[in-house]
Design a protein around this ligand. Structure first.
Ligand SMILES: C[S@@+](CC[C@H](N)C(=O)[O-])C[C@H]1O[C@@H](n2cnc3c(N)ncnc32)[C@H](O)[C@@H]1O
Length: 243
């Protein structure tokens, strides 16, 4: 399937996302390690800490992909708890399932699906997490509304997403890196260039932190917050479901 990067940035179609992530699934983790100078694991650790997990909690990780967040969540909630990793791309999940700690986790299960239509009853999860997915969905409101619906009252949503630094000098360097270096790293790792051109454009056109916080508030999250990591290269968002 041939996809125009511009069209995918515009539509964020699920079929386009499935095609893109299927094509890079086997190299996705390698790309992350190299393109972030091995920082991506520390960012995911920050997300897990912000979730304030306790043994026995029920957690949903939306857009779980290769399981890098889900396997951390699974350890944190202990075998007394449960984690569901949800993703629409079978090949990404296949990579996750091959990881020894994922395959061996008795409290971790996988569901195929998309954030806009979660196949769960309301109020099922203590925590919902989503790392590097919000940029890839066409309707942020629809997804955030669904994430809130499946949380229990008293539950928390934690989102990690690539962003744009606030400082103009840092932003200039970051944009150069995204436009010039990331597609090269992506091509070297996967033999493909277009998914990484999409990556660059999707970051540049993504909502800014103020807009994301406003959206969280708009769908009913209490005390929505934003924490900039590395000056805004990555953003950590939090929202509470009070009732
Ligand atoms: C950049 S990867 C992030 C994977 C993982 N969360 C991580 O931290 O590495 C984005 C994932 O979101 C999934 N995805 C794309 N559109 C989605 C949607 N509408 N709902 C849920 N997941 C989606 C993709 O299949 C892909 O696995």
């Amino acid at each position: 399937m041939t996809i125009s990067v511009g069209e995918l940035v515009q539509t964020k179609s699920l079929q386009g996302m499935q095609t893109m992530f299927s094509q890079i699934s086997g190299r996705y983790d390698h790309f992350n390690r190299l393109a972030t100078f091995f920082q991506d694991g520390a960012w995911r650790d920050q997300l897990v800490r912000a979730a304030d997990l306790r043994p026995g909690m029920a957690v949903l990780d939306v857009g779980a992909g290769t399981g890098e967040v889900a396997r951390r969540l699974s350890r944190a909630v202990t075998p007394a708890g449960s984690v569901v990793g949800l993703d629409p791309c079978a090949l990404m999940v296949e990579v996750a399932r091959r990881k020894p700690d994922v395959a061996g986790a008795t409290n971790l299960s996988w569901v195929m699906g998309q954030g806009e239509h979660l196949p769960f009853a309301a109020g099922q999860f203590d925590r919902v997490t989503m790392a590097f997915v919000l940029r890839d969905v066409p309707d942020l409101n629809a997804v955030l509304t669904e994430l809130r619906r499946v949380l229990k009252p008293g539950g928390r949503l934690v989102i990690l997403e690539t962003g744009t630094p606030a400082s103009s000098l840092w932003r200039l360097g970051h944009h150069w890196y995204l436009r010039r270096v990331v597609p090269l790293v992506g091509w070297a790792v996967s033999g493909l260039r277009w998914p990484f051109l999409y990556f660059d454009q999707s970051v540049r056109t993504f909502a800014d932190p103020t807009q994301v916080v406003a959206l969280l508030e708009g769908v009913g999250f209490a005390a929505p917050s934003y924490h900039a990591i590395m000056g805004g290269v990555v953003g950590l968002y939090r929202g509470e479901k009070t009732t």
